[in-house]
Design a protein around this ligand. Structure first.
Ligand code: ZN
Length: 211
């Protein structure tokens, strides 16, 4: 049985031919290379050697290069994505509980949580972009399209909700159709953040390297 490795995400496919589409990242069959056990380890050595060489010969000079090296070295994207992925579900629960218990401080806490996440979004998006461009070489496979789309949707919804709350501070504190729409938009935000996070998890943990 031949082994094929996805050059984007590292997924290993065992069959006579590479799959039409990578089940993990969605890359097409042209992105697969055949590997044998020996070649595989040689390739790994080669990649490691190349990596070492690159690090030696091209010391980061510009601010962007320094930032890129820092982001990749310390895995700043997986770290920073925990802000939206951790706080937005909590903010959503607070929003739901506001009309249920009539406790307006829940709504206030939710609002400040959303503001905090929004302020963090430039870092989340920037580290994500740098990681995509450098670690994965910036392919627009189905996984990345979905992930980028979900991230854009999440940022837009978050911005909309924060602006809405600033313009109409009582939106969540009085029963109205506006309040229902506000909660529905927050639910969409939760879904978008969930999809982006799930795709990231699939990319990082969804490979079959140990098979
Ligand atoms: Zn792949």
């Amino acid at each position: 049985m031949k082994k094929w490795e996805c050059t984007i995400c590292g997924y290993i496919h065992e069959a006579e031919n590479p799959p039409d589409e990578c089940p993990v990242c969605g890359a097409d069959s042209s992105m697969f290379v055949e590997v044998t056990e020996q070649e595989g380890s040689e390739k790994t050595d080669q990649v490691a050697a190349e990596k070492e060489q690159t690090q030696e010969t091209t010391a980061p000079e510009t601010l962007l290069e320094k930032a890129t090296a820092l982001i990749l070295q310390f895995h700043l994207h997986p770290i920073t994505v925990h802000t939206p992925n951790g706080i937005i579900p909590f903010a959503f629960i607070l929003l739901i509980l506001t009309p249920v218990f009539g406790i307006i401080t829940f709504e206030t806490a939710a609002f400040y949580s959303l503001v905090f996440v929004l302020l963090n979004m430039p870092v989340v998006l920037f580290t994500g972009y740098i990681t995509w461009q450098n670690k994965y070489k910036g392919p627009l496979t189905s996984l990345f399209k979905l992930k980028i789309g979900a991230s854009i949707a999440a940022t837009s919804l978050l911005t909309l909700l924060v602006i809405w709350r600033l313009v109409q501070p009582e939106v969540m504190s009085t029963p109205s159709s506006g309040r229902i729409i506000f909660i529905l938009l927050a639910l969409l935000l939760l879904a978008a953040v969930g999809i982006a996070g799930h795709m990231g998890g699939k990319l990082v943990f969804g490979t079959n390297k140990n098979d």
